[in-house]
Design a protein around this ligand. Structure first.
Ligand SMILES: O=C(O)C1=C[C@@H](OP(=O)(O)O)[C@@H](O)[C@H](O)C1
Ligand SMILES: C=C(OP(=O)(O)O)C(=O)O
Length: 431
C-alpha cells in the first residue's frame, strides 16, 4: 500500500498502542506458565508470530473482545512443534523462541521473511551448542532458517552484548525452566540494555528470579512461571509514542496533542520525552495519569546516543531533518541489524526529501531545517519504523510525500495511519 501525506497540523488526543516488547515477553512467559490472562496485549503481526510459536509448543492463545489474551501454557516444557515456526518479520520472536526450542526434547525449525532471514542469529546458536544442544543455520551463515535440537539443561555460557540484547532475554527466559539454570557472561558491552531490564521486570511479575551479575546475568533453574492472580497487564509502547510525540513537536497546532497510555515503565525509549524537550518542543509528561502533552516549537538539532534506544533512530532522524542545525545520532552501529539497515535507510530516504545527511559506520548526522524538506516518493523499505518516521516528515514537507510499503506498520502499530487521521492529518491510501 502507498500512503500519500499532504502537509497537515495535528491536534487532539491519541492513545499509544500497548508495548510490543512487553507483549512478546508476556505471551511467551504465559507459555512457560499454565494459565494466564494477558490484558491490554498488542495484537500485531509480530506478537501474533510469538503467539503462534506458543501454540506450536503445545499451548494456546485465544483473544477476547477486550484485547485480552487467554494463554494456556505448556508449563515449562515446550513440546516438539508439528510444523515449521514462521517468525515472519519479528526478531524478538526468533530469538526468544530459538532458546525455548532448545528446551524441547526433539527438533524445531524456525524461519522468517526475507528481512528476518538476513539478521544475525549466530551468537545465540553458538550459545545453545555450548550448552549441549544442537543449533545450526541451514545455510551455515548464522542466519535463519534455523534448526534447533534440545533439550539443554543449563550451565555457563558467554555471548556478545553488542549485536542484540535479545540473546540475553532469550537465554534468561528459557534458563529459568532448565534443570541447572544459566550463568551468562557478556563478552562485549551490552547495547540496548533497557530491553533486558524489561525482561527482568516481566520475569519478576511472573514470579521468576533472575539477576545482573558482575560478568553478566544469572537465572536459577527449576523455577515456575506463575503471575500474581494469573494475570499480567501490558503498558503502553514508548517506541510508538515517539512518532506521536514527534508529530506533535513538528506539526502540533496551538492546542497541541495529548498522548494517553504513557505510564512509566522500564522501556529505554521513554527517553524520547526528554529528547524532544531538549530539542525545544513544549512537553509535559504527567507520569501518574500516563499522559504527555506536546505542542510544536522551533526545534534545534542536538547530539544523541542511541546505544540504549536503537528503535528511536528513525524518529530522531526525522526530528533532526525538521530541526535547525545539525542532529548527530551516535552509537548506532547495532541499528544496522534491524528489519533493514536503518542508518542507511534513513540517510537515503531523507536525501530524497531534500535533506543533507552524513552516514558513518556508527552514526548518522542530519542537517535540518523545516524549509529544506520537499515532498517526494519514498520507500518504507519493508520496515515499520522507517514508514512511520517518513510519514512524520510528510507532515511538514512541501507538497506531497508518498510512502511505499505503508502496510508494514502492522508489525508494531497497526492503527498508525488511523491515529494520524484522527489527529487531523490529510492522507490517502492506494493499494
Ligand atoms: O527485546 C526487545 O523487545 C527488543 C530489543 C531491541 O533489539 P536489540 O536488542 O536486538 O537491539 C529492539 O531494537 C527491538 O525492537 C525490541
Ligand atoms: C527491531 C525491531 O523488532 P524485532 O527485533 O523484534 O524485529 C523493532 O521493532 O524495531
Amino acid at each position: 500500500m502507498d500512503v500519500t501525506i499532504t502537509p497537515s497540523r495535528v491536534a487532539g488526543r491519541a492513545r499509544a498502542p500497548p508495548s510490543k516488547s512487553y507483549t512478546h515477553r508476556a505471551i511467551l512467559a504465559a507459555g512457560y506458565a499454565t494459565q494466564t490472562t494477558v490484558r491490554d496485549a498488542l495484537w500485531s503481526a509480530d506478537t501474533k508470530a510469538t503467539a503462534r510459536a506458543v501454540s506450536l509448543f503445545g499451548g494456546s492463545v485465544d483473544r477476547s473482545e477486550d484485547d485480552s489474551l487467554e494463554v494456556a501454557g505448556f508449563d515449562g516444557q515446550p513440546g516438539v512443534p508439528d510444523d515449521v515456526i514462521d517468525c515472519e518479520n519479528s526478531g524478538t520472536t526468533m530469538r526468544l523462541v530459538t532458546a525455548a526450542a532448545a528446551l524441547a526434547d526433539g527438533t524445531s525449525v524456525l524461519t522468517g521473511d526475507e528481512s528476518l532471514r538476513s539478521r544475525p542469529q549466530g551468537p545465540l546458536l553458538e550459545a545453545i551448542a555450548d550448552l549441549g544442544g544442537e543449533a545450526t543455520s541451514t545455510r551455515g551463515n548464522g542466519q535463519a532458517p534455523l534448526v534447533v535440537t534440545g533439550p539443554i539443561s543449563g550451565g555457563e555460557v558467554s555471548i556478545p552484548g553488542d549485536v542484540s540484547s535479545q540473546y540475553v532475554t532469550a537465554l534468561l527466559m528459557a534458563g529459568a525452566v532448565t534443570e541447572d539454570g544459566l550463568e551468562i557472561t557478556l563478552e562485549t558491552e551490552l547495547k540496548s540494555a533497557p530491553y533486558v531490564d524489561i525482561t527482568l521486570e516481566v520475569l519478576a511479575d511472573f514470579g521468576v528470579e533472575a539477576e545482573r551479575t558482575e560478568r553478566g546475568f544469572a537465572v536459577a533453574g527449576g523455577q515456575r512461571y506463575d503471575p500474581a492472580g494469573g494475570e499480567y497487564r501490558v503498558p503502553g509502547d514508548f517506541s510508538s509514542i515517539s512518532y506521536l510525540l514527534a508529530a506533535g513537536a513538528v506539526a502540533g497546532d496551538e492546542d497541541g496533542v495529548r498522548i494517553a497510555g504513557a505510564r512509566p515503565s522500564a522501556q529505554g525509549d521513554k527517553a524520547i520525552v526528554e529528547i524532544v524537550a531538549e530539542m525545544g518542543a513544549d512537553v509535559d509528561w504527567n507520569r501518574e495519569a500516563g499522559t504527555i502533552d506536546v505542542a510544536a516549537a522551533d526545534l534545534e538539532g542536538i547530539e544523541v546516543s542511541v546505544a540504549d534506544t536503537p528503535d528511536l533512530l528513525p524518529t530522531l532522524a526525522t526530528l533532526g531533518a525538521v530541526a535547525d542545525g545539525e542532529t548527530r545520532i551516535v552509537d548506532a552501529e547495532h541499528v544496522r541489524y534491524k528489519e533493514t539497515d536503518r542508518v542507511s535507510a534513513m540517510a537515503e530516504e531523507l536525501e530524497k526529501l531534500g535533506v543533507e545527511t552524513i552516514e558513518a559506520p556508527d552514526s548518522l548526522t542530519v542537517r535540518g531545517g523545516e524549509s529544506t524538506l520537499e515532498g517526494a516518493a519514498v520507500d518504507g523499505r519493508g520496515d515499520h519504523r522507517i514508514v512511520m518516521a517518513l510519514a512524520l516528515a510528510g507532515l511538514v514537507a512541501d507538497g506531497e510525500t508518498t510512502i511505499a510499503g505503508a502496510e508494514h506498520v502492522d508489525v508494531s502499530f497497526p492503527t498508525f495511519f488511523e491515529t494520524l487521521e484522527e489527529l487531523g492529518v490529510a492522507l490517502e491510501r492506494e493499494e
